[in-house]
Every structure is written in structure tokens, then in C-alpha cells.
Write a protein that binds this ligand. Structure first.
Ligand SMILES: *Cc1c(COP(=O)(O)O)cnc(C)c1O
Length: 353
């Protein structure tokens, strides 16, 4: 049995996936009466009366080009959030297995584990948000199936050290997930180019951030074909709807749009970071490889309220480990960034130092 099959839950290893009408016949024909669809069409101008391709072949072929990854190594989910849930459901036996996360990090890993009655082991990042590979390896148990790493990390914005991640890949016998939701904003190379070397590596990316299509709900997982096959077997067949698939397919033809926005966001990040450093109540602006800045203030609660009262919403991360008095500020348009800065200057004037 392959290492991947051994890691699967017993019931998933034995699963006979649902075979949809669109799976059983995918050739060309002129009369489709196999799926109980409405052959007359749809009420609106664009017809959506036919079930979409459960494996999104057309879109995946395009993504394969853009990402330099073979189609068989690409899974598409209803957001990366669906891939997170599917990985936990496929590999972790409820009430027995565990995942390991490295706080402070993205909240959905824990929520998905909690929903699936899967234990969460926390192996904190260091106070400077660097990855402690020795501690991660030490804390994994025989029942730890998945280690979730996020690079660039949300909410801290830093990349995880390649050597530390490699050490975990080489020594942890389960699945290592590297969540690269913010990879498009960073200068580092992507872990997608390493999936051939590490069959138990899963890399996640998304169209929600740099590509500006959060409402389309389309996330990607890249890994060994065996894991991709499992994810496709566990998911309901039609989680990616035709509107989203077409929308993203068309957007992929406009990489210059994405590139231009990334450079604008880079410029905004630099400007925002430099200007924030000048503000009295700012204690620290953490370096970021993402489209947000983690900023330590002297009183994050007060500043959060001051901004919110003036219609500016940022994310209060001050209850997260190592994030005392920290707000996470997304880099917006030039006007939005300036609105944050001028409101913070207003706050300075309103408080006596
Ligand atoms: C935003 C974000 C995601 C969510 O991606 P979706 O594709 O929109 O579900 C995943 N991981 C991290 C770390 C994020 O910050």
C-alpha cells in the first residue's frame, strides 16, 4: 500500500466515489437525457441548465499553464477553505487523529478540525514569527496526520524559512500543507515547484487575494496525483459552479491586470509601512511579504474603535499569540491607505502624550 493510502482514514480508503452522469459519459453527443436537467434552458439569458464538469478540465488545463504544474496535480475547491476541510476529512479519524498548527496563524485550520472532531496540537511560532521545526517535530504524535504551515503567514506576514519547512517535510511522516494564499505578493519561489520531490506535500493557493476574485470562491491545492484523486473523491461533485469557473478562466487571460495590481499593492505596502513608522502610537510595523501589515500599537483597542467610528475597519489580532496590541491592516487603494494614515494622525492629535 502506498504511504498516502496508509495515511487515509479507513472509510475513505474503502470509499467508492459517487459517479455522476457527467463522469460516466464525457464524449460528444447531441441529446443529453442522462442527468434530469431542464433541456429548455434557464430563465436568464445565460443558460446554466447543464451540470458543470465535476473535474473542471478546461479551467485546470489553463491553471496548469499559468502555474507550471501538471493538471493531474491540481485540485480546485470552493475556496481553499474547502481543501482544508477535505484534507482533514480524508486523513483524520474523528476522536483519534490530530492536526498540528503553528499559532498565530489562519483560523480555519482549527475550525475545520473542531467541526470534524479532530484534535488540534498547537506548536507556536517563535516571538519573531519564525518556524520552530524542532518543536513541531517534537510535538507530532503517531496520530498526527497533517501539519498546517502558512507562508507568508497570516496574520504576521512573514515567509517561513525554507530550511525549517524542508526539515519538517523530511522528518514528519504525515501530510505537510503549505498554505500560500499570499504567495503572489512575495518575492520567494513557490512550494508548488517542489511537489514532485515531496509526495506528501500539499500546497494551497487561492484566487481570493492577488487575483481579486474572493467572491468567485475558487481555491487551488497542488500535490501528488494520489492526494488529488482522494480530494476529488471526497468532495461533492459540483462544488465549483459554472459561473465561477468561466469567470476565473477569463481572468487568467489577463495576467497583466494581476501584475499591475501587485506592484501597486507593493508600493502601497511600502508607503503605508514607512508612514506608520512615523506615528507616535505605533510601536512596531512587522515586515510583510503579503498584502497586509501587522502593526503593534500602544493601545490597539482604542485605535481599532477610533478607526471603526470613522468607518475604517481593520482586523484586531491582539488576542492572538505574540500579537499583543496588534492590528492587521490590509493594504488597500492609495486613497484607502491615505484614509488610514490621516485618521491615525487625527487620533494622535486627539490624545495627550
Ligand atoms: C484568505 C486566506 C485563505 C482563504 O482562501 P479562500 O480561497 O478564499 O477560501 C486561505 N488561507 C489563508 C492563510 C488566508 O489568509
Amino acid at each position: 500500500m502506498s504511504a498516502i493510502r496508509k495515511l487515509l482514514r479507513d472509510n475513505i480508503r474503502a470509499l467508492k466515489p459517487y459517479s455522476s452522469a457527467r463522469n460516466e459519459f464525457s464524449g460528444s453527443a447531441s441529446v443529453f437525457l442522462d442527468a434530469n436537467e431542464n433541456s429548455y434552458g434557464s430563465p436568464n439569458e445565460q443558460s446554466l441548465n447543464r451540470y458543470p464538469d465535476p473535474l473542471q478540465r478546461k479551467l485546470r488545463a489553463e491553471i496548469a499553464q499559468v502555474k507550471s504544474v501538471a493538471e493531474e496535480n491540481i485540485f480546485l475547491g470552493n475556496g481553499s477553505d474547502e481543501a482544508i476541510d477535505l484534507l482533514i476529512r480524508a486523513f483524520c479519524e474523528p476522536h483519534r487523529d490530530s492536526i498540528l498548527i503553528t499559532p498565530p496563524t489562519y483560523g480555519m485550520y482549527r475550525v475545520s478540525a473542531d467541526i470534524n472532531a479532530v484534535t488540534v496540537i498547537e506548536s507556536p511560532l517563535m516571538p519573531d514569527f519564525s518556524l520552530n521545526a524542532a518543536a513541531v517535530l517534537d510535538q507530532c504524535t503517531a496520530n498526527t496526520k497533517l501539519v498546517f504551515l502558512c507562508s507568508p503567514n497570516n496574520p504576521s506576514g512573514n515567509l517561513l524559512d525554507v530550511k525549517a519547512v524542508t526539515r519538517i517535510l523530511n522528518n514528519f511522516p504525515g501530510i505537510v500543507v503549505v498554505d500560500e494564499a499570499y504567495a503572489d505578493f512575495s518575492e520567494a519561489g513557490s512550494w508548488t515547484q517542489q511537489i514532485a520531490n515531496y509526495p506528501r506535500l500539499v500546497v494551497m493557493q487561492t484566487f481570493s487575494k492577488a487575483w481579486g476574485m474572493a467572491a468567485a470562491r475558487l481555491g487551488m491545492a497542488f500535490s501528488d496525483a494520489e492526494i488529488i484523486t482522494v480530494l476529488n473523491a471526497v468532495k461533492p461533485p459540483y462544488t465549483i459552479n459554472q459561473l465561477s469557473a468561466d469567470y476565473v478562466y477569463n481572468a487568467l487571460g489577463k495576467p497583466q491586470w494581476r501584475d499591475q495590481k501587485i506592484s501597486q499593492i507593493h508600493a502601497g505596502r511600502k508607503m503605508l509601512s514607512e508612514q506608520l513608522e512615523q506615528i507616535n502610537s505605533v510601536q512596531q510595523v512587522f515586515p510583510s511579504q503579503a498584502n497586509f501589515l501587522l502593526v503593534r500599537f500602544d493601545d490597539a483597542r482604542a485605535i481599532y474603535r477610533f478607526l471603526a467610528d470613522r468607518g475604517i475597519i481593520v482586523r484586531d489580532r491582539s488576542t492572538q499569540l505574540h500579537c499583543e496590541n496588534c492590528l492587521r491592516i490590509t493594504v488597500g487603494t492609495e486613497a484607502e491607505n491615505n484614509a488610514v494614515l490621516s485618521t491615525l494622525e487625527e487620533y494622535e492629535k486627539s490624545t495627550v502624550h
